[in-house]
Design a protein around this ligand. Sequence first.
Ligand SMILES: N[C@@H](CCC(=O)N[C@@H](CS)C(=O)NCC(=O)O)C(=O)O
Length: 434
Amino acid sequence: MAPIGKIHSYPNNPRVAKALIAAKYNGVEVEVVPVEMGKSNKTPEFLKKFPLGKVPAFEANDGFTLYESNAIAFYVAAYKQGTQLLGATPKESAQIQQWIGVADNELAPAAATWLFPILGWMPNNEQNTNKAKEDVKKTLAVLNQHLLNHTYLVGEVITLADITVVSALLNFYRMVFDAPFRAAFKNVNRWFLTCVNQPEFKDVLGEVALAEKAQVAGAYKPATPAPAAAAAPAKKEAAPKKEAASKKEAAPKKEAPKKKDDDEEEEESYADEKPKAKNPLDLLPKSDFNLEEWKRFYSNNDTRPTACNWFWDKFDPAGFSLYRLDYKYNSELTLTFMSSNLVGGVYHRLEAARKYAFGSLAVLGEDHKNSIAGYFVYRGDGIPAEVQDTPDFESWTFTRCDPSDAATRELFNAYIAWDEVIEGKKFADAKVFK
Ligand SMILES: N[C@@H](CCC(=O)N[C@@H](CS)C(=O)NCC(=O)O)C(=O)O
């Protein structure tokens, strides 16, 4: 099927997801053309068609152009005659507009205030963040009440209202709505999980992993790349761990009736998954060094000397690569606990790489004078795509190490054993990715 047009945007933009999900429901295709933010959206050619220079920006095959993501989503939603997406009556259509307004005016501004500092796109302002949290809770309470007696936001089927509000909530659920936060909004959780587990949503969003621990803003580092990864990578996202969502938040099957046993629903929701393409790292020749076994051994034994000896005894340099990581913006780090939070955020966004990586990053030094470094072992020859695709990748220097070098081995040991002094600096904190 030929695409009906192109959307220009950076990858994984939740504003684009609205049109892409609508396209799935309507059985049409839309091509996404990647934009290098600040460059390709500022050329005279782009500005001629899209004078605000913003993305998403849509161009139909016949030259028709549109900007503003809701307008683009509407165009795609209206593309099929008799679509379910725009309501069955004028009242329903108006209600859909109401929820689109809620997403834009109540959720989007709060997302910017609360989530952008976590993504490193702007400094955190505690007072504003707290206000944003309260605003979001207010909106969620309204949604929760509405969804007590409604399966979907408008009418009895998924409409553009659900698509739009789910897209606006996506990064909240992925980054900051942890289980204690979610507990107060059970109806919203049920509806959200129902939606994101529909094949039309899943095709666009991949698995949506709910936040296990709310991310918090770390030190502000202006050099963070532009919003190229506003959302966690769609297709590559790790399948949510079952315990990540409480049993009550189970995702029913497609268009499932509302009242069903929750446990039953949880089992069913993930049984719907389509087979995924094999990761090339899973096709590598089998190695005697088993990363999962190593992670268990490391967790269950003294690091020095037992785990260290085990590691170097079994490490397979043909099947795994060893890297040293150094944070590029050490001079911008402030309090050590914030540096440690920064590492926590990095690990959270690295979820998709968990199966292929083990590492330890340590914060060394003291408040206002600290640095972060460590070592990672990756499956395969080089840095896995799952690592390179994270928004943090550019913030680190990766140096490939020779695992046969005695000094390297000793440093690796120090970083995984959390020695009191490492490379002449006082150990402050560390986190292991396993
Ligand atoms: N209300 C617009 C917002 C568009 C927008 O702000 N896009 C940002 C990226 S998320 C952008 O392109 N910024 C580039 C710029 O302002 O130069 C929509 O929903 O499409």
